[in-house]
Design a protein around this ligand. Structure first.
Ligand code: NDP
Length: 289
């Protein structure tokens, strides 16, 4: 029996670094592609239909993927487009509130809307072994219908109907990443100029951070149970007592304490509130105010 193997055609708005990587992945997977980019020359050499305007590109296909710089460029680019009956997938990194507002904006114009948060850099796109994925939230019907197409460049993970939740997951992961980067910057600064090669510290840091990442699940379980003390291994009182050593070492080494201090301040505030037997879980509540 003949089977229909035709791949869904789609429109892609934006051929920056990420848009180009996505476009190449869809082409490699056999999807016919119509593109528009403000600077048209970026499409040169790609086997795609190049639309003269964003509105024309949107008119070409039901599935329209947007990968522009920011939310303002999305608003400008789609101003003249007829979105009625379109399935709009917006991969622009945004805040949850802006994603929700964009969903309402698109739905008022007659489109189904899915917001996406890309957890990858361009070289990972289309390379499953590199582990790229995209958080999606918004219209579940849109997601289910186009799941295979969306999964061609990067694994597709649906996180719920609230259009803001893809952005929220994205930014939560990025925020944790910057906390880690801050610690790594501080660690390299401590050993700099001491005859310790950064390349000798690197594998030690990598292994230590990987081992400490084991605490992430425990924090989640404590947050869900509300019990912040049972089974605590490194209590807050002990950790706060270590502050003098960590800050003292930074001062001895002539390294700024500006990255470490705010976190120790939080720990001290939680401890002052009586959380002697807790670990760091209670800081989450302190941050929520
Ligand atoms: P680039 O800076 O490489 O490309 C930006 C794109 O937006 C280009 O197509 C540019 O067009 C277009 N653009 C900028 N301003 C306007 C405007 N006012 N009107 C119309 N088009 C405009 O960015 P990326 O491709 O790297 O990023 C795109 C999105 O992907 C961003 O939201 C980013 O946060 C997200 N992302 C990127 C990652 C990365 O590592 N690159 C990782 C995860 C997410 P032109 O070519 O004409 O300048």
């Amino acid at each position: 029996m003949p089977t229909n193997t035709a791949k869904t055609p789609l429109t892609l708005l934006g051929l920056g670094s990420m848009g180009t990587a996505l476009g190449r992945a869809w082409l490699a997977a056999g999807h016919p592609l119509t593109v528009w980019n403000r600077t048209a020359s970026r499409a040169e050499g790609l086997p795609v239909e190049v639309a003269a305007t964003a509105a024309e590109a949107v008119a070409a296909n039901r599935l329209v993927v947007v990968c522009l710089l920011d939310d303002d460029s999305v608003e400008k680019t789609l101003a003249e487009a007829d979105l009625r009956g379109k399935d709009l997938v917006n991969l622009v990194t945004s805040t949850p509130a802006r994603a929700r507002a964009r969903a309402t904006w698109a739905e008022e114009r007659g489109a189904r809307y899915l917001d996406g948060g890309i957890m990858a850099v361009p070289p990972m796109i289309g390379v499953p072994a590199a582990g790229p994925y995209v958080f999606y939230s918004g219209s579940q019907a849109l997601f289910e219908e186009h799941r295979d197409t969306l999964a061609a460049p990067a694994d597709a993970r649906y996180v719920g109907p609230d259009a803001g939740h893809a952005a929220l997951h994205d930014v939560a992961l990025l925020s944790a990443m910057y906390g880690m980067f801050a610690g790594v910057s501080h660690a390299y600064a401590l050993v700099r100029g001491e005859g310790i090669a950064p390349t000798s510290l690197a594998p030690l840091l990598t292994n230590w951070l990987a081992a400490m990442a084991g605490s992430i699940e425990g924090t989640a379980r404590r947050l869900e149970s509300g019990d912040y003390t049972t089974g605590v291994v490194s209590n807050l009182a002990m950790q706060v007592a270590g502050k003098a050593t960590l800050l003292g070492t930074a001062e001895e080494q002539g390294v700024s304490t500006e990255l470490l201090l705010p976190y120790f301040d939080l720990m001290e505030r939680r401890l002052a509130g009586g959380a002697v037997e807790e670990d760091l879980t209670g800081l989450v509540d302190l941050l929520r105010g």
